[in-house]
Every structure is written in C-alpha cells, then in structure tokens.
Ligand binder design. Structure first.
Ligand code: NAI
Ligand code: MG
Length: 345
C-alpha cells in the first residue's frame, strides 16, 4: 500500500535553498523503497521576497500550508533585513499559529566528526525546548528613551505540556530528564516552572529527573556531556542550550530540529539548526546533513521510523568512511556529497 504525504517546502534564503533539494532527493529515494511518495509545494517566502514585496510571506500564508502534512524549511535571514523581521515575519507565526510548542533537537556525535570536546564519544541526548511562550513574548515596550521592559509569560498549560512531552520521551530513551532552571535569580517564573515540572514528574515515576541551574548546566554540558539524556528547558534557555549542544556535537551543519505539534492538529515543521550562512552561500560548500537529518525526523513524525532510520544510518556510514563536506574537514561539495549519499541509499 502506498502513502502520499503533502509537504510544504520553504527553502528560504542563502544555503537554505541549497540544502532543501538534497533533503527532498533523499526523501524520494528512501520513500520509493517503502511505498511512500511525497507531493511537494514550494513557497518562496524569504528575505528576498521581503525586499521585493515588503513581507516575508503573503497575508494568507499560513492558510496555504495549514492542510499540509508537514513543513520542511531551509533557513531564513539575509544581510540587509533585520533578523527580528525575518524571525517574527515567518518562523514565529508558523510556530505559534500551528501550536508547535515542542522544539526538539537531538544531539549525537557521529564517528568521523571531530567534536571540540575530548570526551564526546558517548554524547547522545535530546534538548526539548518550549517553543511557544516564555521569554520570547511580545509583551513589553519602551518607556521614554531610557527604559525598556520585556515580560516573560509562563502558563500552567504551557509548562505542563512541555514537561509531559519530555518525560514521555525519556520513557522511550534512557529514562532521565534534566530540567533547566534559574530560580535563584529569576524569582517568579522559574520557581513556577520548577513546581509544575515536579508535579508532572510525579506522573512518571519510572523516569529519574533533576533540576539544574542553567549556568551550571551549560558548564556540565561541556565537561560531562555523556550524562545527559533528555534536557527540558524554557524558550530562551532551550535556544541557547541547543546551539551549545550542536557545537558540542562537532558541527552546526549537521544539527537537525523539529517544531512539533504533538497533537497533530496542525502540520509540524522540520528545519536544520543552522542559518542561511551568507559567507558560504552559492559556493557548493553547504553541508546538507542538517536538512537531511531534519527530513529523517519528519519521516519519523509521519509514522515511518524504519525509513527514517535508514537515512540516519546512511549518514553515519558515509561520515565514518570519510566522505565529508569542508566544514567537517573533508573535500566534498554539497552536490558530490549528496550524490554519494543517494547512491548509498
Ligand atoms: P549560520 O548558521 O548561518 O552560520 C554560522 C557559521 O556556520 C557560518 O560560518 C556558516 O558558514 C557556518 N555554517 C552554517 N551552516 C552550515 C552548513 N550547513 N554547512 C557548512 N557551514 C555552515 O548563522 P549566522 O551567520 O549567525 O546567521 C546567518 C543568517 O541566518 C542570519 O540572518 C540569521 O538570522 C539567520 N538564521 C536563521 C535561522 C533559521 O532560519 N532558523 C537560524 C539561525 C540563523
Ligand atoms: Mg537559536
């Protein structure tokens, strides 16, 4: 029996446009063996569009992708367009309107990828970042020219559901959750976060957990990365931790992410962690693995874990055999690297 998935593609800017074609080529190749086909609709929403038409996406943009099964995004952002315009004009509306309240970032060190850490062999953890509220809020403003106020919003619903996601995920992994806090310095929202995480933890007695201050946690992520399994964090803390974690794993070019609506009322969005990399755009230098691994996460989310596993396995083998892009110390260009991976699949 064959299944067709409707996928909205948003390649975006810079290398975003160079890494999405490799990702769809890999999906098509693996899909063919599993009776899965993909119907892609591609959207030109980007800073380039903003420069020409004054908006990152059309006014009815969200309605055009609402009925798709998933969204695969390259990267958005380009010099000349302020980063808050590209973020708030496209990514944040998608994440919020489609209630993608989980930002999921798996971190693993693959053989053949040099990590800056000496003790990185056993790194295998997941950052679960709250993706819809917290510190990234629109509440606040300027008071005259000398004062700015930014409010953080934490709700019982928001904290409970992200904690539940993390504890449930830990049950399918090594059974350990670390919750990032800063209740010593941030005296209202962080004790609230801690209290609710503790309440939800009580519903998962089989999962071990602890709460750690974000500063100490950041240091431990570098010193003892092997001790983490699932890390759950608020929007800002999770954002910073997941980039740190991607660096620990050796390259921002490989790191994938998913913006998930676990209830599946709306499409979820998958995107590499890296940005549009203006410094290497258009030179066949982009590592496509962040986008390809994100596509594998999408396959898993769409109900095809074996097909997803074939992709990550092929990635591992290819890296271990020494075929790598320049950011990992290899010689391969985006095209050559991709065609070898396709051949392998
Ligand atoms: P970046 O991730 O684009 O680049 C950082 C460094 O990593 C650069 O030296 C780049 O060449 C390298 N790099 C990134 N991805 C790579 C890949 N796949 N292969 C090889 N090398 C890679 O971050 P940067 O420079 O801070 O941001 C550039 C633009 O991207 C900005 O406009 C920023 O707002 C945007 N951005 C967008 C994101 C998104 O769409 N989710 C995420 C991060 C940044
Ligand atoms: Mg970030």
């Amino acid at each position: 029996m064959s299944t067709t998935h409707r996928i909205a593609l948003i390649p975006g800017d810079g290398i975003g446009q160079e890494v999405i074609p490799p990702a769809t080529a890999v999906l098509d190749a693996v899909g063919a063996r599993h009776g899965i086909t993909f119907a892609y609709d591609s959207f030109d929403w980007s800073c380039e569009r903003y420069a020409e038409q004054g908006a990152m996406m059309p006014a009815d943009g969200l309605d055009r992708i609402r009925a798709h099964d998933a969204i695969l995004l390259g990267a958005v952002g380009w010099p000349g367009v302020p980063d808050h315009v590209s973020l708030w004009g496209l990514l944040i509306p998608i994440r919020r309107e489609f209630s993608q309240y989980v930002n999921l970032r798996p971190i693993a060190v693959m053989e053949g990828v040099a990590s800056p850490l000496a003790n990185a062999e056993d790194v295998d953890f997941v950052v679960v970042r709250e993706n819809s509220e917290g510190e990234y809020s629109e509440v606040g403003g300027r008071v005259g020219r000398d004062i700015a106020i930014q409010e953080a919003i934490f709700t019982r619903t928001g904290v409970s559901r992200i904690a539940d996601y993390a504890f449930t995920l830990a049950e399918s992994r090594r059974g350990h959750v670390t919750s990032a806090t800063k209740s010593n310095g941030i005296v209202h929202t962080m004790p609230f976060w801690d209290e609710i995480v503790a309440e939800r933890a009580a519903l998962h007695p089989d999962v071990e957990w602890r709460s750690e201050h974000i500063d100490a946690l950041a240091a431990k992520l570098v010193l003892q990365p092997g001790r983490f399994d699932v890390i759950v964090a608020s929007n800002l803390f999770g954002d910073i931790l997941s980039d740190l974690a991607a660096a620990v794993a050796g390259s921002i070019g490989i790191a994938p992410s998913g913006n998930l609506n676990p209830e599946r009322e709306f499409p979820s969005m998958f995107e590499p962690v890296h940005g549009s990399a203006p410094d290497i755009a258009g030179q066949d230098l982009a590592n496509p693995l962040g986008a390809i691994w994100s596509a594998a996460m999408m396959l898993d989310h769409l109900g095809h874990p074996e097909a997803a596993e074939e992709i990550t396995q092929a990635m591992r083998t290819q890296l271990a055999e020494g075929n790598r892009t320049r950011d990992l110390g290899g010689q391969a260009g985006t095209h050559q690297f991709t065609s070898e991976l396709l051949h392998r699949l």
